[in-house]
Design a protein around this ligand. Structure first.
Ligand code: HMG
Ligand code: MG
Length: 305
């Protein structure tokens, strides 16, 4: 029987956080974000990362997280999870004010995020790796109290735009620390799409020797067109959960240097096709995904740089 792969579409978060604001300083309208999320929930993806509860000074594009949640009330189908990024207790408390109403839980997973690179951690969260882990303690405690699942992102698992090559042991180390804090899964981010078959396999072999592959998710940016080969390397090592982004949107504004950028994530339809070609099943309907991807594409064109 074919094994099943799990797909999270991160375009409303990783995609839209990287879209330029309009000349008047406004971001993509909240109603358009809700339209994309509603289209994604009908595609068969298992999870949609809908937004971030981060500082609006750092990511103004997602400063409407609370309004978006209000707008999405009543629209999450039971077979799709909604998750959101949370960097600290302040973000968590803000999320907890809107994540559910009587009779409906909108968000069922929170995603904390750190890195295997000290410099990227500082640039992205103004904190060392150890400080980010300290910040996650109250976030994870609150999540566990409320029965919310926790994803722990580790960025720069292959290369850092500032420090260069990252050793697999550093990735395994921070992954284990996140699990010890109570994360339910570890999402390994190739933030600048530096991986290839060999480096991805080496990193995953190291991490899966210490972390159950069932707890690992892979988050691939596709800078050099090598994300598909990384998916194949991961499937061969027993990793079956992946992030993709409708229309291949995505990128972290704090991962860019003059020569290295974090452009789009692997497009969710490419991801699904690669997974299927390797003999794994997903629930995704590619025709419905094409419609959602065209909405995502349209949103980016609506905001000229
Ligand atoms: P900081 O400036 O050190 O925070 O930022 P602070 O605690 O000193 O607070 C400064 C101000 O921000 C204060 O407001 C706080 O209230 C406010 P003021 O008094 O000046 O008016 N503040 C907040 N407001 C709303 N929500 C919050 C919050 N926290 C503080 N949660 C902080 C530290 C972590 C907040 C900041 O660095 C931040 O928000 N960073 C987020 C950056 C980000 O979202 N990056 C992209 C996501 S990660 C990514 O894309 C990688 C990934 O895709 C995986 C991969 O590809 O590798 C996940
Ligand atoms: Mg990313």
């Amino acid at each position: 029987m074919p094994k099943r792969a799990r797909i999270t579409d991160v375009s409303p978060r990783d995609g839209l956080q990287n879209e330029p604001l309009r000349a008047d300083g406004s971001a993509i309208p909240t109603a358009d974000k809700a339209r994309l999320i509603n289209a994604l929930t009908s595609t068969g993806v298992d999870e949609v990362e809908i937004t971030s509860f981060v500082s609006p000074k750092w990511i103004p594009q997602l400063g409407d997280a609370r309004e978006l949640c209000e707008m999405l009330r009543g629209s999450r189908p039971k077979n799709v999870s909604f998750s959101a990024l949370v960097p600290n207790e302040k973000g968590m408390r803000s999320l907890l004010e809107v994540y559910e109403t009587p009779g409906e839980r909108l968000i069922d997973k929170v995603s904390v995020f750190t890195a295997a690179s000290e410099t990227f951690s500082k640039k992205n969260t103004n904190a060392s790796i150890a400080e980010t882990l300290e910040r996650f303690k109250p976030v994870i405690e609150l999540a566990q109290e409320r029965g919310l699942k926790v994803r722990g992102y580790v960025s720069c698992v292959i290369e850092c735009p500032f420090e260069g090559i990252i050793m697999p042991e550093a990735v395994a180390d921070v992954s284990k620390k996140l699990l010890e804090l109570g994360a339910d899964e570890i999402d390994l981010g190739d933030t600048i799409g530096a991986g290839c078959t060999e480096t991805m396999a080496a990193m995953l072999a190291c991490v899966t020797s210490q972390v159950d592959p069932d707890k690992i998710v892979l988050h691939l940016h596709d800078t050099f067109g090598r994300a598909s080969e990384c998916v194949r390397a991961a499937l061969a090592l027993g990793v079956t959960s992946f992030d993709g982004s409708a229309a291949g949107l995505g990128g972290c504004p704090y991962a860019s240097t003059e020569t290295k950028r974090a452009p789009g994530n692997i497009a969710t339809d490419t991801l699904v096709r690669v997974i299927q070609a390797q003999g794994f099943e997903t629930n995704v309907d590619l025709d419905k995904l094409a419609k959602a991807s065209s909405i995502a594409q349209g949103l980016t064109q609506a905001v000229p740089s």
